[in-house]
Design a binder for this molecule. Structure first.
Ligand code: PEP
Ligand code: MG
Length: 590
């Protein structure tokens, strides 16, 4: 297919190539989001305009108040009063006359613009609260920061949040997106997401897949090439974007869509059968979720178990550390929806890396993926960790809950996490709160160090789950969110595949269960290899589940084992890729 074509009455077609991050073919109008809160403007105000500038500031404060009240009302009706209380705290910040009056004063005295004056007044408060020893007051910094950013956005008038009413049915084009912005798109009925930066396993991409929103990331300069309201055609699997698609391109994609629906029909015809291979081996497909909002997609994919509940979704949605009670409600909404004979693996808090919460407990870092993340954060802030563990334990009375620790790098760390779990259990015992005394405990194997000592780790847990997203990033030293080096982020690399095989072997030697929950588990081409290596379950963003299920049901375990054996001897990633693709093609052509 050519890059540029012209048809009658149409602007030339332009084709952009990026990384297919979430599958789906969609057509729609572009909403280009250019400006982000970065360099705030600073300029002098003419004396006769000073009172207008003060009024402009007050209008932004009033607008912020209305937005926060509306958000609080929505949260109260959709989620509950407890979660909504965060917005009451935000309103208190707005009611503090000191910040408002000092900003008025600063505008009048310095004759500088409102954004600049407000930012420096609020900055002083943030510094003051951050310097306090009291962790409650320290936490207020999060609220002040949040409100400050909202007022600044209203003053500068260029935010995605503010634009949400325009996003419906549009294809959002942005330089980058945070995971929490992406989670917010569920409500806005965004058709697709395009970003200049990012990678297949950056968390914004993962959340797009979890929400079923097609996405292409790492497009480099989409925000420059695509204009507001441009007609776009997106192929989220191949990572292709057509600006002003020609009639020929549209025709080609209509054919692809009809081929896809043929495949969908074949898959649907298979629906009621058991999840066993042609030679009778039972396999398990499970779901990756980030909250109760994703449960509907499980029904659609006919999956009953959750192999990875990314609990940080709850923290990121509220941009705070919800207390035990609030977390208990969130977790039980999920665990109660899962049949009692299916697993629900709740992974403890994995913030840090590209998943940030604006809190003084998480100061900016120069190298966040290698930094203060996941279990490292939890072992430092044991109160937060224990609060979460108690909330999880309380949901375990139906005995379908399992606890999993992320980013384990040593036996000492695993044992320390288990010790905190024991403390959480005795807290509950002393409160006479029931929980599953024999709750299963697992470790994510996602660091090369954990692979190397997987035989030791396996003796201390009930299960492993291999996090191939981080495993690939850390094995190959390639930041999973950096599109500049995405060509190096290669899960076909033999080092990654052999690390997976070694981990599964260690687990099975210790007679424990080993699942795979990184994105490789939900990528059709890898599934036969993983099952061939002996993976007990594949946990995935459910979009590809039906295709993977079809492929596994129509293969023999012995063939997949032979495939795994062959591929593990191969040293060239491209030959490995060819071999795995060939295996999948043959299933469909059979
Ligand atoms: C992984 O690293 O593969 C994983 C499943 O965890 P996350 O993507 O949330 O880091
Ligand atoms: Mg991970």
């Amino acid at each position: 297919m050519s890059g540029e074509q012209t048809t009658q009455n149409q602007r030339p077609e332009i084709c952009l190539h990026g990384i297919g991050a979430s599958p789906g073919i969609v057509r729609g109008k572009a909403f280009v989001f250019l400006a982000r809160k970065s360099d705030l403007p600073c300029f002098k105000i003419r004396p006769e305009r000073i009172e207008t500038e003060v009024r402009r500031f007050h209008a932004a404060v009033a607008q912020t108040r209305r937005q926060i009240q509306a958000l609080g009302d929505e949260m109260r009706s959709r989620v509950g009063a407890l979660e909504a209380s965060i917005f009451d705290a935000h309103l208190l910040v707005l009611d503090d006359p000191a910040v408002i009056n000092k900003t008025d004063e600063a505008i009048r005295n310095s004759r500088l613009n409102a954004e600049h004056c407000f930012n420096s007044v609020a900055g002083k408060y943030i510094d003051f609260f951050s310097s306090l020893d009291d962790s409650f007051l320290k936490e207020r910094v999060t609220d002040i920061r949040d409100v400050t950013e909202r007022i600044l956005r209203n003053l500068t008038g260029k935010t995605l949040d503010q634009a949400s009413e325009y996003l419906q049915d549009h294809i959002v084009v942005s330089e980058n997106l945070t995971p929490s912005e992406t989670i917010g798109f569920e409500k806005c009925q965004v058709r697709a997401i395009l970003t200049d930066t990012g990678n297949h396993t950056s968390h914004a991409a993962i959340f797009a897949r979890t929400l079923g929103i097609p996405a292409v990331v790492g497009l480099r300069n989409a925000t420059l090439k695509i204009a507001q309201e441009d007609d776009l055609l997106i192929d989220g699997s191949q990572g292709i974007v057509y600006i002003n698609p020609s009639e020929k391109t549209i025709e080609v994609y209509e054919k692809i869509a009809s081929r896809q629906s043929e495949i969908d029909m074949r898959i649907a015809a298979d629906a009621g059968k058991d999840d066993v291979t042609l030679d009778g081996h039972r396999f398990y497909l499970e779901a990756n979720i980030s909250g109760k909002e994703n449960l509907e997609s499980l029904d659609k994919a006919k999956i009953t178990a959750v192999g990875l509940f990314r609990s940080e979704g709850i923290f990121m949605r509220t941009n705070s550390f919800p207390d035990e009670e609030a977390q208990f409600k969130e977790y039980s909404a999920v665990t109660e929806a899962i049949p009692s004979n299916s697993n629900c693996v709740i992974r403890t808090l994995d913030i840090g890396g590209d998943k940030h919460i604006s809190s003084s407990l998480m100061p900016p870092e120069t190298n966040p993926f290698m930094g203060f993340r996941a279990i490292r954060f939890c072992l430092e802030f044991k109160d937060i960790f224990k609060e979460q563990l108690r909330a999880i334990l309380r949901t375990s009375t139906r005995k379908n809950v399992r606890i999993m620790f992320p980013m384990i790098s040593s036996l000492r760390e695993l044992l320390a996490a288990k010790e905190v779990l024991e403390e959480a259990k005795s807290d509950l015992r002393s409160r006479d709160v029931p929980f599953d005394e024999n709750i299963s405990v697992g470790a994510m194997i996602e660091l090369p160090a954990a692979v190397a000592i997987s035989d030791d780790l396996a003796k201390h847990v009930d299960f492993f789950s291999i996090g191939t997203n981080d495993l690939t990033q850390y094995m190959l030293a390639v930041d999973r969110g950096n599109s500049k080096i995405s060509y190096l982020y290669d899960s076909f690399h033999p080092a990654v595949l052999r690390a997976i095989a070694k981990t599964i072997n260690s687990a099975h030697e210790a007679k424990i269960w080993c699942a795979v929950c990184g994105e490789m588990a939900g990528t059709a081409v890898f599934a036969p290899f993983l099952i061939g290596c002996g993976a007990d379950a594949l946990s995935m963003s459910v979009l590809n589940a039906s295709l993977i299920r079809y492929n596994l049901r129509h293969s023999k375990l012995t063939d997949m084992q032979a495939l795994a054996h062959e591929v593990l001897q191969e040293g060239d990633p491209r030959r490995i890729q060819e071999r795995l693709e060939h295996f999948c093609k043959n299933i469909m052509n059979a």
